[in-house]
Design a protein around this ligand. Structure first.
Ligand code: PGA
Length: 244
């Protein structure tokens, strides 16, 4: 099975030219590029192998919702993945019930929903079990009312991103991330009877530590922020990923 790499550019780069150059530099199979919305159309013209992702979406298809972007609009532009519930969006006020609506709307339209979950440092300090329970709580709330067939559960991907590891240069230990991935898969298996769910790891993944995560059987790929803005480094991660 091929593992998945998602490049989460966040609010970078500043100019479209730089965005197009970055996308061209690692337009490779197995890669999903999630740029800021405004660069999606431009990237759709240059990407040949990598697939387009988005960093957010609204839950309605159309209507009086100033400033929002809908799942069908993204799908029409060639977007196939959408990152939802990222801790940076939760920190801006996104609630579990809002995330829940966005997941449903995305799955209905045929987008792959990449749901980000992860505990803050205060929780992790209480131990691995406490962190696993925190994440299970998020999954319970974010996936409420989503039934297997109707919402195409195979299009649901979970990204485990401990908040304290994001953008800090302090990645989780691979064995801890693996235990969390196991716990998430057990939850999804119980809830949806789906034994093929995918769980990615995210949080300070770089070329040096990528192998320690990607070589783990229960970790199906990585969500990469900072290192995805450095083309040479990201290409190394893609190469490592190709071995597993
Ligand atoms: P990071 O970000 O790789 O810069 O830690 C990961 C993410 O926020 O998805």
């Amino acid at each position: 099975m091929r593992k998945l790499l998602i490049a989460n550019w966040k609010l970078n780069p500043e100019r479209e030219e730089a965005a197009l150059n970055l996308a061209r530099a690692y337009d490779l199979p197995g890669v999903v590029v999630a740029p800021p919305f405004v660069f999606i159309a431009g990237l759709s013209r240059v990407l040949k192998r990598a697939v387009l992702g988005a960093q957010n979406v609204f839950f309605e298809k159309k209507g009086a919702y100033t400033g929002e972007i809908s799942p069908p609009e993204l799908f029409d532009l060639g977007v196939r993945y959408v990152i939802l519930g990222h801790s940076e969006r939760r920190a801006l006020g996104e609630t579990d019930s809002l995330i829940n609506k966005k997941i449903k709307a995305s799955l209905r339209i045929g987008l792959k929903a990449v749901l980000c979950v992860g505990e803050p440092l205060t929780v992790r300090k209480r131990g691995a079990k406490a962190a696993q329970n925190f994440v299970k709580g998020q999954l319970q709330n974010d996936l409420r009312g989503i039934k297997n067939l109707k919402f195409k559960i195979k299009n649901l991907i979970i990204a485990y991103e401990p908040i304290w590891a994001i953008g800090t240069g302090r990645a989780d230990r691979p064995e801890e991330a693996a235990a969390m991935a196991d716990s998430i898969k057990e939850f999804l298996n119980l809830k949806f009877k789906n034994q093929n769910s995918k769980v990615l790891y995210g949080g300070s993944v770089n070329a040096k530590n990528a192998e320690s995560f990607l070589s783990v059987k229960v970790i199906d790929g990585a969500l990469v922020g900072g290192a995805s803005l450095r083309a040479a480094e990201f290409k190394k991660i893609v190469k490592i990923c190709g071995r597993y």
